[in-house]
Design a protein around this ligand. Structure first.
Ligand code: CU
Length: 297
């Protein structure tokens, strides 16, 4: 047993730091935002804690295959049965070790969730864990079958089909849905928030690098769920201001036709509470001429 423990100790002591140094920086979701950096760190800690457990299983397996194989003459029989069952040291060791690991992970996970404004997760309409930045850029994410639209309330409320956000900026994503339950998952930003109709789900992160972002719907939402993705960008602050100002101006005529900015929307087919369609038009008709008088029947 002590020989096995020694092999395991040496392997763990060598491979754990090697893993952390060589593989750690490449572990998803990368380092594009504060929440991505933090989540990558969390994954690395969990992997470093898991590697010795993995090694223990494989060292034991390899040891038994080599030392206790049938063709090896005169090998000692492995000790089992009653002797192993009543070994107090093994029992206490097992209970103490697993308890320490589980409680340690519980405390670590809880602290990490609180430490960085909810760790990039959707916190509902009244977030408990908010970032400390003085300025926060709000970006609304509107999900519907089967696309995401982004709305920028501090730039006249224009809408964009592409998510563009500035670097070195704390962003509050306000995630909602027009129809069924979707989920906004901006992979490299390490942001993930459910998109529920009639709800404003808030998630925070701070951008740290420019680059491309993949956005996917992460909640089965109907026939084309798998096609519900698009790409976004983290750009420099100057490039973002230029894009936002020119899009605000270029879209102004269309923005005027949109419902005013709100944290949730009701796509009301009858138009009775300020929905998208005038009262007298069947939204499912072939006619594109909204506002026309209904045909006499
Ligand atoms: Cu969806």
């Amino acid at each position: 047993m002590w020989r096995m423990v020694a092999i395991w100790l040496v392997l763990s002591a060598v491979l754990d730091p090697l893993f952390y140094i060589l593989v750690g920086p490449h572990v998803p979701p990368g380092t594009m935002t504060s929440s991505a950096q933090q989540n990558q760190f969390d994954f690395n800690i969990l992997l470093v804690a898991a590697l010795p457990v993995f090694l223990a299983v494989w060292v034991y397996l390899a040891y038994t295959v080599v030392m206790w194989r049938a063709s090896r003459k005169g090998a000692p029989e492995p000790v089992g049965g009653a002797q192993a069952r009543t070994h107090l040291g093994v029992q206490v060791g097992w209970i103490v070790t697993t308890t320490v690991i589980v409680l340690g992970l519980f405390v670590f996970g809880t602290v990490e969730l609180i430490a960085n404004g909810g760790s990039g997760g959707g916190e509902g309409p009244n977030p408990i864990w908010t970032p400390t930045s003085a300025t926060i850029l709000p970006v609304q994410v509107i999900a519907q079958q089967w696309k995401f639209t982004y709305r920028y309330p501090t730039f006249g409320g224009f809408e964009s089909g592409q998510l563009i956000v500035p670097n070195d900026t704390t962003i509050a994503f306000h995630v909602t849905s027009l129809d069924v339950i979707h989920d906004f998952w901006a992979y490299q930003l390490s942001i993930k928030a459910d998109a529920n109709p009639q709800q404003d789900d808030v998630a925070f992160t701070t951008t740290r690098q420019t680059g491309s972002v993949t956005v996917r719907c992460d909640e089965l939402c109907g026939l084309w769920h798998g096609a519900m993705f698009n790409y976004g960008k983290v750009v420099s602050k100057a490039a973002f201001m230029a894009w936002a100002k020119s899009t605000e101006a270029g879209n102004a005529a269309n923005t005027k036709l949109l419902p005013p900015f709100a944290y949730t929307y009701v796509p009301d087919a009858n138009g009775s509470d300020g929905g998208y369609y005038p009262d007298n038009v069947d939204p499912y008709s072939n006619s594109e001429v909204y506002g026309a008088k209904p045909a006499a029947s």
